[in-house]
Design a protein around this ligand. Structure first.
Ligand SMILES: C[S@@+](CC[C@H](N)C(=O)[O-])C[C@H]1O[C@@H](n2cnc3c(N)ncnc32)[C@H](O)[C@@H]1O
Length: 201
């Protein structure tokens, strides 16, 4: 794993383990955003909660450059509690994260892959419930927002049918924590679907 920009680490295809200071003994479990785009949400969160470690996964270099700038030069200075990882998100959570290290996972406006033959590319498949059960600490929370009704219903079905999770109030974000895609859809008046599910203790 290399640091390719300030606060941005890259995992290579042959990396088999993920090592990070946030995984050191005594550290609190971290919060994780998947496909963070330009990092608007996670940087706002990390600014407000300096004691809470945050990681965010993104694969597009252009977006990671903006993320890097936000973490290196936040409104309160450098955000020491926030790092970004350049890696394929499914592989990261499924194969590289150790057990019981994540307190919350945020999935906002994931690529919907609308054509049926492309659904296999979606990040959230039914097996994701098993992965969450493995990587979450007890009480860990999965937060989802999307404009795509059909994908939303699918994710909602997987989580609501799984007795290991219970539905809780969704996270409706104030303006400063809204993602770039969220602001775009809100400006067009499009409906946005939110849900949150907590792993039972
Ligand atoms: C529709 S955008 C939403 C970005 C951000 N969450 C927002 O709401 O503004 C989806 C993001 O997920 C990233 N992404 C999609 N698939 C990914 C994958 N398999 N691994 C890592 N990042 C991925 C894309 O590069 C993109 O930035």
């Amino acid at each position: 794993m290399n640091e390719i920009l300030p606060h941005v680490l890259e995992l290579k295809e042959d990396d088999r383990v993920f090592e990070h200071p946030f995984l050191a003994p005594g550290m609190p479990p971290f919060e994780l955003e998947i496909g963070c785009g330009n990092g608007r949400f996670i940087a706002a969160r990390a600014t407000k909660n300096p004691e809470q470690p945050y990681l965010a996964v993104e694969r597009m270099m252009e977006r990671l450059r903006r993320c890097s700038r936000k973490a290196a030069n936040g409104p309160t200075g450098e955000l020491k509690n926030l790092d970004f990882i350049r890696v394929e998100a499914g592989r990261f959570v499924r194969d590289l994260l150790p057990d019981h290290c994540v307190k919350a996972m945020y999935l906002f406006f994931p690529d919907p892959w609308p054509k049926r033959r492309h659904h296999k590319n979606r990040f959230f498949q039914r097996e994701m419930c098993d992965t969450l059960t493995r990587i979450f600490v007890p009480g860990g929370i999965m937060y989802i927002s999307t404009d795509h009704e059909e994908y939303f219903k699918e994710m909602y079905k997987y989580l609501s049918e799984d007795n290991r999770f219970e539905e809780i109030a969704p996270l409706i974000r104030e303006e400063d924590e809204q993602t770039d895609f969220e602001r775009l859809f809100l400006s067009k008046g499009d409906p946005i679907y939110h849900c949150a599910f907590q792993l039972r203790s």
